[in-house]
Write a protein that binds this ligand. Structure first.
Ligand SMILES: *[C@@H]1O[C@H](CO)[C@@H](O)[C@H](O)[C@H]1NC(C)=O
Ligand SMILES: *[C@@H]1O[C@H](CO)[C@@H](O)[C@H](O)[C@H]1NC(C)=O
Ligand SMILES: *[C@@H]1O[C@H](CO)[C@@H](O)[C@H](O)[C@H]1NC(C)=O
Ligand SMILES: *[C@@H]1O[C@H](CO)[C@@H](O)[C@H](O)[C@H]1NC(C)=O
Ligand SMILES: *[C@@H]1O[C@H](CO)[C@@H](O)[C@H](O)[C@H]1NC(C)=O
Ligand SMILES: [Fe+2]
Length: 462
């Protein structure tokens, strides 16, 4: 029996060794460098009116989807932190937020308001007005997610490494116009790229906030921190990591008993979303590890069949950029994700697109050596969507030949959507910016790891 297992393992290894993997798309895209949109661009225009709320953005405000955190910035004076909200035929209610601000080298932020709306009804359209009672108010709306349940359909958008170039604007437009209709955007880190400017010019955090408001004020964006959120710059005295991000973007981490905004979870419809931090400690005994060990057994797949993990730095990546950067975290956490049958892992960081087969490599021990990815029904599919369009441009160099575990890869800007239909089926699409809004470049049905009794591994790969 043992020798038979070894033989099978050998076959897998041999196949992995000598066969090319899936599809490497050679689609020809425009190759000019991406440029940041200039400061006077239409998308960066501040709203009119004295002390008008700007950079309005929302994210889920609790664990179950009955809360929303509404945030915005005022620049002339602190102004009002009150949000008034109502349903079409309902009474107006109001909630009061708090103001924070920060200095970063010579930059002084505006007044950053965060206000949590609680006890909302599920699946309901709410209108809201920010800065009620202040000099200028602005009105927006959002829809709360449906009540959590195993067969509740829901469509997520996925964007990573967005930045603020003309290509970023194209990606966001494609997401908005995509008829799949993303209801909540999962943002897998690297937002503004303000840190690419001299002294991390935080004015570019403000422009980014104004740029994405057209979507982010109307639907929750779920935040993951990337390396461009660290803003660690001891040469100018900025030694507190994540300072701009943590002031500007609040997340409901306490609702999942997390002690840090960099790792937390939310339930949305039939999905349980776990956010991890590639840039916080993940060794044994660290807060993130203790939290994750505690968190995974709590996920009730009868309630939320779809278990999705978000992080910034991918564990599987066959591009020549950021090679091995996710490896140490993979060694620590991969066995847990396989044990708890995580369905999908989304990451960014590599500025391109890639989707893996269901694979694991959990036997890795440096002293034994010889381990490599193997097809594994209990393992997640790994998807890299770091192709939002930021100023650093595309990752064009790939490791050749395409590894067996890599199902599809392409160096184009774009975004993805994940449309959960019920407890067994989810329809996934990746769109490239060069195509029309509803054209799909990579598309696959995912079958839930708990509720689908049959194999997702192609017979040709077995
Ligand atoms: C802002 O509102 C306050 C209070 O209503 C008022 O006193 C002040 O004149 C207003 N400022 C401007 C510039 O409109
Ligand atoms: C960004 O995209 C929007 C929507 O397509 C468009 O109206 C706007 O002019 C674009 N801005 C720039 C600077 O490209
Ligand atoms: C957080 O911890 C408290 C106290 O231990 C517990 O009552 C609650 O259910 C936990 N919440 C979650 C989302 O795990
Ligand atoms: C899991 O969720 C189902 C459906 O909501 C519920 O009936 C069951 O009691 C839950 N199990 C646990 C252990 O909480
Ligand atoms: C789940 O959705 C898929 C795809 O729409 C469908 O084929 C399947 O019959 C559905 N399952 C149930 C139990 O409704
Ligand atoms: Fe990154």
């Amino acid at each position: 029996m043992i020798s038979r297992c070894c033989y099978l393992l050998l076959v897998v290894i041999t196949v992995a060794d000598f066969c090319d993997g899936g599809v490497t798309s050679r689609f020809v895209r425009k190759l000019q460098e991406s440029r940041d949109m200039p400061l006077d661009s239409d998308v960066f225009r501040a709203p009119p009116g004295y002390n008008a709320p700007q950079q309005v953005h929302i994210t889920q405000g609790d664990h179950e989807g009955k809360g929303m955190i509404v945030s915005w910035v005022t620049v002339d004076e602190p102004g009002s932190s009150t949000v008034t909200y109502w349903t079409r035929n309902g009474q107006k209610r109001s909630a009061h937020g708090r103001i924070t601000s920060y200095k970063y080298y010579t930059y002084q932020s505006g007044y950053i308001h965060h206000c949590t709306l609680k006890n909302l009804q599920h699946d309901m359209k709410y209108f809201y007005e920010v800065g009620t009672g202040g000099n200028t108010t602005r009105r927006f709306w959002f829809k709360t997610p449906p009540e959590v349940g195993p067969d509740v359909p829901f469509t997520f958008g996925l964007i990573g490494d967005l930045g603020q170039t003309y290509d970023s604007n194209d990606t966001l437009t494609h997401y908005e116009k995509n008829s799949m209709g993303g209801q909540t955007l999962l943002v897998v880190g690297d937002l503004s790229y303000a840190d690419r400017y001299p002294n991390h010019d935080n004015v570019r955090w403000d422009t980014w906030g104004r740029f994405v408001e057209r979507s982010n004020a109307y639907q929750p964006w779920i935040w993951v921190t990337g390396n461009h959120e660290i803003d660690f710059a001891p040469e100018i005295g900025e030694t507190k990591p994540f300072k701009p991000f943590t002031h500007r973007y609040h997340v409901p981490h306490r609702a999942s008993n997390s002690t840090s905004p960099h790792w937390y979870s939310v339930k949305i419809a039939s999905a349980y979303i776990i956010v991890l931090s590639s840039y916080s400690a993940y060794g044994e005994y660290t807060p993130q590890t203790l939290w994750l060990q505690d968190e995974l057994p709590k996920v009730n797949r009868s309630q939320t069949p779809w278990l999705i993990v978000l992080m910034h730095s991918p564990w599987y990546n066959s591009y020549a950029d950021h090679v091995m950067e996710g490896e140490s975290m993979r060694v620590m956490y991969e066995w847990l994700l396989v044990r708890y049958k995580v369905d999908l892992v989304f990451a960014g960081h590599v500025h391109a697109y890639e989707r893996s087969e269901r694979i694991s490599n959990i036997a890795y021990r440096v002293v034994y050596g010889g381990c490599r990815p193997v097809l594994d029904e209990n393992a997640p599919v790994y998807i890299t969507v770091g192709d939002g369009g930021n100023v650093e441009g595309l990752s064009k160099n790939m490791i050749e030949p395409q590894p067996e575990y890599s199902a599809y890869r392409e160096a184009s800007f774009g975004h993805a959507t994940l449309s959960i239909r019920n407890r067994t089926h989810a329809f996934y699409n990746w769109h490239r910016n060069q195509d029309g809004y509803n054209i799909v470049a990579d598309s696959v049905w995912f079958h839930n790891r708990i509720w689908t009794p049959y194999s997702e591994i192609l017979p040709s790969l077995k």
